[in-house]
Design a protein around this ligand. Structure first.
Ligand code: ZN
Length: 355
């Protein structure tokens, strides 16, 4: 059974019939009453769609947009751009045999989804690089802790950079608002709205000018693992403490996010390397500011505390708009946050029969 959320069914009926949402929902309730609660609201909506001759599921054929992929679908084909990949995890099945799994997150214009590569597909992970286009076919779709995933087994196939397939601008993940006090390790795509209560000076470090990775001092020069001896360029990272009234949170801003946070370009920030005293007025201007950050929570093992890795910053959010947004965060919406991180996957392995 394909699990289609109620708002989507209502939307399809609306498109197919021109009825208003209110009209559809009252028919759904009426049907629900008739059947004296024997079925779910979704089930009732399915019946209404049937009665009105609205086809809820087009034959799953050809490429599906990621937003249209639903739990329970089989034979799914999707194309997306690689966002990140996990290493291979080897695990032992109940029968003592070893299995392996890896996963990759792909995204298209409509959303992103995790693709779980079982068995020999897991080996493909080493040849999948970020931003490659991935085409997966004959996958099946499962729900895992509220998140939809495409699973690939031996009947499925995967093609890296298939000819003629393109992906447009990637949809930004929908972040879920959380209070700092409710944050958990591995929370992803979380939005925090808070005041800046402490700002630390940026720390500068050497990077390879070609690949941007950290360059380590070696002899008199610097060394990149991929590009050997390099003349380094400087990058920076900074931290600030945010407070949303529930708790405080140490937040890490890498280069691009630090630029957004400070509202300065790289060159200006790099000047603080030689004249750190220039940072004092910048810092005091930031203190007390109200900002919105999106990112993920991560435990800092060294200090055994939860930190936030910021992926984007919105300074000066509009409080009115924020209130409206909170009100409109519909319960039926698929919440991409609060779901497990790749590394947690082995605990939630489906049974061997399903693989
Ligand atoms: Zn390099």
């Amino acid at each position: 059974m394909i699990k289609m959320p109620l708002p989507l069914i209502v939307e399809k009926i609306r498109e197919g019939t021109g009825l208003t949402e209110q009209d559809i929902l009252s028919r759904v309730d009426e049907k629900l009453n008739q059947l004296s609660g024997l079925i779910s609201k979704e089930g009732s909506a399915h019946i209404i769609a049937n009665e009105l001759g609205v086809k809820l599921f087009d034959q799953v054929q050809g490429r599906l947009q990621i937003k249209n992929i639903l739990a329970g679908m089989r034979d799914v084909e999707a194309v997306g751009k690689v966002q990140h990949t996990s290493p291979i995890t080897v695990f032992t099945r109940k029968d003592g045999n070893q299995g392996k799994v890896a996963n990759v997150v792909i995204a298209d214009e409509t959303g992103s989804i995790r693709v779980v590569l079982w068995g020999s597909h897991a080996d493909t992970i080493s040849s999948i690089s970020k931003d490659a286009i991935l085409k997966v076919s004959s996958g099946y779709v499962r729900e895992n802790n509220g998140r939809i995933e495409i699973h690939l087994n031996e009947k499925s196939s995967i093609v890296i950079d298939p000819e003629g397939e393109k992906v447009g601008d990637i949809a930004a993940p929908i972040a879920k608002r959380k209070n700092i006090a409710d944050l958990k390790d591995t929370d992803m795509d979380i939005e925090i709205l808070a005041h800046v209560v402490q700002v630390f000076e940026p720390r500068f470090f050497e990077t390879c000018p070609t690949c941007g990775k950290r360059a380590r001092p070696l002899g008199n020069g610097f060394f990149c693992e991929a590009h050997q001896e390099v003349t380094p360029v400087y990058s920076f990272v900074m931290t600030a403490v945010l407070d949303d009234g529930t708790e405080t949170l140490r937040t890490v801003f890498f280069r691009k996010q630090a630029e957004e946070f400070l509202k300065m370009d790289s060159e200006s920030i790099l000047q603080f390397r030689n004249s750190p005293e220039g940072f004092a007025p910048v810092k005091s201007a930031l203190l007390g500011n109200y900002i919105k950050v999106v990112g993920k929570a991560k435990t800092n093992e060294m200090f055994n505390r939860l930190e936030f890795i910021c992926t984007s910053v919105l300074a000066d959010p509009d409080p009115k708009e924020e209130l409206e947004r909170l009100k409109s965060q519909a319960p039926g919406q698929q919440a991409p946050a609060n779901t497990p991180h790749e590394q947690q996957l082995p605990e939630q392995l489906p049974s061997v029969e399903e693989i």
